[in-house]
Design a protein around this ligand. Structure first.
Ligand code: FAD
Length: 354
């Protein structure tokens, strides 16, 4: 049982973890409940596209993301953030590459650091699945946990990524789920520098490689009108600890549910065909193939704020460019939850669920 005044966050990926750090900094006692399954953050390229834009005022706010990451690291130690090169290819290597400024949060470093950082900050962590939508009770909200019985909290934040829809089925329709897959190489392929493969040179320099015409945002915007499932491959790669992520395939289905995972062998085959367009050698690398559900919002604006009609229940999910959005939005939401700001700033950004 949690004590009075305690706040529970469901979801310990990027969103739940950074929000937990902001809330304890404001003096709130936080319990973070996480099932530690299919965490999108753990398989992410971690690209911090602060310049890539978002609708309206949020786009301008994202320019603060690099500074936020620097501050987080100054306070909590290394979280995997670093400046890194980005190379945007036009489908092959023939045309000259665009080289915008970029940064990356290496998700292997982040996921390893978070348990230590959260503990040091005073966040209580519970490894459990919340198996039903939060139930309103006199003192706040009751969460049914497996394992672990129930947890009472005065306020609850849903930061469960693709699990948010199950926990609050009435969230707006713009919150949707895709499946994203990559080849997750634990080590860089052992090629000779003389092999002359451009992607390999970039991998050695720890740069991210992505297509100039990135299809995933287009697919996300099209999601509400889909009559059947659609998938696309954005061929590229990103450093991932000592290894490399080769991706990425994204699949979106009609409707709002996560559904069963798509058939992994078929998804892997499609991904490998897409990678072959960059370099046939990429398509032959061993893998393994891994896929996770990822929440997004079809209008590019995440859900940040109170769940309408449910006092004390909050949502923090559906990001498009989470590694730029979460570090700038978490402090704003924490101020509102802690009662030191009203929701006006969030309303101006257009991220409220109401
Ligand atoms: C291959 C790939 C590449 C990507 N590249 C980028 C990129 O370059 N830049 C970028 O900004 N974004 C990128 N993304 C997207 C980004 O990683 C995600 O948007 C972000 O990590 C989502 O974070 P989250 O905390 O909302 O969700 P998650 O990281 O998915 O965390 C949610 C957590 O909630 C838990 N949970 C769910 N339901 C329950 C429940 N009922 N009870 C308890 N716990 C529960 C899960 O176990 C999980 O640990 C990429 C994603 C993928 C997969």
């Amino acid at each position: 049982m949690a004590g009075p005044g305690r706040l529970a966050i469901v979801g310990g990926g990027l969103a739940g973890s950074l929000l937990a750090l902001e809330l304890v900094e404001r003096g709130l006692p936080v319990t973070l409940v996480d099932a530690a399954e299919s965490t999108a953050t753990a398989l992410s390229y971690g690209g911090v596209a602060w310049w890539a834009g978002a609708p309206g005022r949020l786009g301008r706010l994202l320019h603060q993301a690099p500074e936020r990451w620097r501050r987080l690291q100054a306070r909590h130690g290394p979280l995997g953030w670093r400046r890194c090169g980005l190379r945007l290819h036009g489908g092959g290597w023939g045309r000259s590459l665009l080289r915008p400024p970029f940064a990356q949060v290496d998700s292997t470093v982040l996921m390893e650091a978070l348990p230590r950082v959260l503990k040091a900050a005073g966040v209580e962590r519970r490894r459990a699945r919340v198996v039903a939508p939060p139930r309103p009770v006199v003192a706040g909200w009751q969460l049914e946990l497996e394992p672990g019985g129930s947890l009472l909290a005065e306020q609850v934040v849903l930061a469960a990524g693709a699990g948010c829809r199950f926990l609050a089925p009435t969230l707006p329709d713009r919150l949707r789920i895709s499946w994203a897959g990559v080849l997750a190489l634990p080590a860089r392929p052992p090629l000779l520098p003389s092999s002359g493969r451009p992607w390999w040179r970039h991998a050695v320099q720890r740069r991210i490689v992505q297509p100039r015409h990135w299809q995933r945002p287009v697919l996300e915007r099209a999601a509400p009108g889909l009559g059947e499932e659609r998938w696309i491959v954005d061929a590229g790669c990103a450093p991932w600890g000592e290894g490399l992520l080769l991706g990425q395939i994204s699949l979106v289905r009609p409707g709002l549910d996560c559904g069963e995972p798509p058939e992994a062998p078929a998804m892997e085959e499609r991904l490998r065909q897409g990678l072959a367009g960059l370099d046939p050698l990429l398509a032959d690398l061993a893998g393994p193939y891994r896929q996770v559900p990822v929440s997004f919002c079809s209008n590019g604006l995440p859900l940040v704020g109170p769940v309408p009609g449910a006092a004390g229940l909050w949502v923090f999910s559906g990001f498009g460019g989470a590694f730029a959005q979460v570090p700038v939005l978490a402090p704003l939401l924490a101020d509102v939850i802690a009662g030191v700001a009203d929701g006006a700033a969030l309303a101006r950004l257009g991220v409220l669920a109401g």
